[in-house]
Design a protein around this ligand. Sequence first.
Ligand SMILES: *[C@@H]1O[C@H](CO)[C@@H](O)[C@H](O)[C@H]1NC(C)=O
Ligand SMILES: *[C@@H]1O[C@H](CO)[C@@H](O)[C@H](O)[C@H]1NC(C)=O
Ligand SMILES: *[C@@H]1O[C@H](CO)[C@@H](O)[C@H](O)[C@H]1NC(C)=O
Ligand SMILES: *[C@@H]1O[C@H](CO)[C@@H](O)[C@H](O)[C@H]1NC(C)=O
Ligand SMILES: *[C@@H]1O[C@H](CO)[C@@H](O)[C@H](O)[C@H]1NC(C)=O
Ligand SMILES: *[C@@H]1O[C@H](CO)[C@@H](O)[C@H](O)[C@H]1NC(C)=O
Ligand SMILES: *[C@@H]1O[C@H](CO)[C@@H](O)[C@H](O)[C@H]1NC(C)=O
Ligand SMILES: *[C@@H]1O[C@H](CO)[C@@H](O)[C@H](O)[C@H]1NC(C)=O
Ligand SMILES: *[C@@H]1O[C@H](CO)[C@@H](O)[C@H](O)[C@H]1NC(C)=O
Length: 456
Amino acid sequence: MALSPLLLAAVSVLLLLPPPQAAQSAASPRVFSVVDYGAAGDGARYDTAAIQAAVNACAAAGGGRVLLPAPGDYLTATVHLRSGVVLDVPPGARLLGGTRQGDYPPESRRWYVVLAENTTGAGVAGGGEINGQGGAFVVTPSDQKNIMVSWNTTGDCEGDECRPRLVGFIDSKDVRIHDITLNQPAYWWCDNSVIRNVSIYGDFDTPNNDGIDIEDSNNTVITDCHIDTGDDAICPKSSTGPVYNLTATNCWIRTKSCAIKFGSASFFNFERLLFDNITIVDAHRGLGMQIRDGGNVSDVMFSNIKMRTRYYHPSWWGRAEPIYITTCPRHPGYKEGTISDVRFINISSVSENGVFLAGSRHGLLRNLKFENVDLTYKRWTNYTGGLYDYRPGCQEMVKHRTGGMMLEHISGLEIDNVKMRWSKGSLKGWDVNPLLFRPSTIDGLSFHDWQSLDVQ
Ligand SMILES: *[C@@H]1O[C@H](CO)[C@@H](O)[C@H](O)[C@H]1NC(C)=O
Ligand SMILES: *[C@@H]1O[C@H](CO)[C@@H](O)[C@H](O)[C@H]1NC(C)=O
Ligand SMILES: *[C@@H]1O[C@H](CO)[C@@H](O)[C@H](O)[C@H]1NC(C)=O
Ligand SMILES: *[C@@H]1O[C@H](CO)[C@@H](O)[C@H](O)[C@H]1NC(C)=O
Ligand SMILES: *[C@@H]1O[C@H](CO)[C@@H](O)[C@H](O)[C@H]1NC(C)=O
Ligand SMILES: *[C@@H]1O[C@H](CO)[C@@H](O)[C@H](O)[C@H]1NC(C)=O
Ligand SMILES: *[C@@H]1O[C@H](CO)[C@@H](O)[C@H](O)[C@H]1NC(C)=O
Ligand SMILES: *[C@@H]1O[C@H](CO)[C@@H](O)[C@H](O)[C@H]1NC(C)=O
Ligand SMILES: *[C@@H]1O[C@H](CO)[C@@H](O)[C@H](O)[C@H]1NC(C)=O
C-alpha cells in the first residue's frame, strides 16, 4: 500500500515510542501482585485497598506491572493509576467496577473504574477484561432503546450520562492500552497514546455508550480494535483543546450510531487524522463529521474502508448515511467552522441512504476528494428515505428527496472514479436523484469518471 504523508507521520509517531511488547518483555519488569497486598478476587468483597496499595508500591519502586492473578474477579472502587504502572489483567481475570456512586471520586468528570491523571507511561494490558457492570445501570429495556439508571437524582450530575466510565486517561502522556477487553466505554485526554488490540463491548441498545472518545488529545494511534457498541465507536472531540495527529487502522466496528464521528463537541481544530483499513457493519452512520462549535477540520484521510449502513429507528440519530459530513452553527448566529482537505480513497459501501455533504454559509466544505469510491444503494429495512437529519441544532430534520449525494455549501469537490449502484428492486417508493443540490454556494466541482448504474 502506498504510504501517504499522513500515514508516514502516523508510523513515525509509533516508532518514536517503545513498542508495547518491548515494555512488557524488558529485563524482568517489577511485578506487584495484588494478592500479596490482600486482594480476595472473589467478586464480592471490594479489593480497592489492595489494588491501590500494589499500584502505589509499584510506582514508588519506579514503575512496573501490577498483576491481578487469574482466575479472579476483582471488585473495586476507582483505581488511581500512577506513572510507569501498567495494570496487568491476564485472561481469566476481571476487574469489576463498583456500582455505588460512593465508589467514585466526588467530581463526575473523574468517574472512572481505572483513572490515570497526569501520568507518563501508565497503561492497561494483559489479555483479560475490565468490566463496568453496565447492566446494573440499565432499566426498563424497551425493544429499541434502553433507559439508563443514573445517579442524576443526587444532584451531582445531570442528564443520562450520569454513571461511571471504564478507563480514563486525563492529562497523560505515553499511554499504553493493549490486549484487553473493555466491557464499557473508554475516554482519553492525552498525548502519545497507543491503543492496540483492544476489544470494546458496549450495550448495543444503550445510547451515550461510546467506544473510544479521543478528546482534546494529540498523537494517538489506535490499531487492531474490535468495537461493538450502541453509540459512536471512534469519536474525536474538541472541548478544551485541539485534536492533532490521530490515526486509526485495522479496526472492525459495529454500532447503532456513527462508526467514526468527529464532534459534536468541536470548539477547537481537528488536524491530520487518518482512518485506514476499517470495516464497518450495520452502523446507523459510517463516516461522520458533526462540526457545530467553530472548530475547523483539515487534512483528513479515510482510506480502504468497507461499510454497510442501515436504518434502525427514528430515535437514533442518523438515517443510514455511509458518509455524513456537516458543519453548521449549533445555535442561530453561533460560530461556524470549516471542513477542508478531506479525502475518501478506496471506499465501498452498501447503504440504505446516500452521502450527505452539507456546509453552512460561513462554514464551507472545501476541497473534498472522492477517489475509487463504490456506493451501492439498497434498502433492506422499511426505511423510506426523504429525511435529512442535521441534528444536533441547525435545521434539525429536513424533509427532502433522497440523493445519491446531497451537496450544499461546498467549494471544491473532486470526483475521480466514483460508481453509484442502484439496487432498483429494493428501492420501491424512493424518490431519488443521483446528485442533489440545495440552493447554496457550490463551486469548484470536478467530475472524472463518474457512473450511476442500475443493478439487481
Ligand atoms: C487504493 O487501492 C489501490 C488498488 O488496490 C492501491 O493501489 C492504492 O494504494 C490504494 N490507495 C490508498 C491510499 O490506500
Ligand atoms: C503531529 O505530527 C507531526 C509529524 O510527526 C509533528 O511534526 C507534529 O509536531 C505533531 N503535532 C503535535 C501537535 O504534536
Ligand atoms: C502533574 O505532574 C507534575 C510533574 O510531575 C506536577 O508538577 C504537577 O503538580 C501535577 N499536577 C497535578 C494536577 O497533579
Ligand atoms: C436522569 O436520567 C434519566 C435516565 O436515567 C433521565 O430520563 C432523566 O431525564 C435524567 N434527569 C435529569 C434531571 O437529568
Ligand atoms: C489481542 O488480545 C487478546 C486478549 O484481549 C489476546 O488473546 C490476543 O492474543 C491478542 N492478539 C495479538 C495479536 O496480540
Ligand atoms: C496538542 O497540540 C496543540 C498544538 O501544539 C497544543 O496547543 C495542545 O495543547 C496540545 N494538546 C495536548 C493535550 O497536549
Ligand atoms: C486490515 O485489518 C484487518 C483487521 O481488521 C487485518 O486482519 C488485515 O491484515 C489488515 N490489512 C492490512 C493490509 O493491513
Ligand atoms: C477556524 O477558522 C476560522 C477562519 O479561518 C478562524 O477565524 C477561526 O478562529 C478558526 N477556529 C479555531 C477554533 O481556530
Ligand atoms: C419499521 O420497522 C420498525 C422496526 O421493525 C417498526 O418499529 C416501525 O414501526 C416500522 N415503520 C414503518 C413505517 O412501518
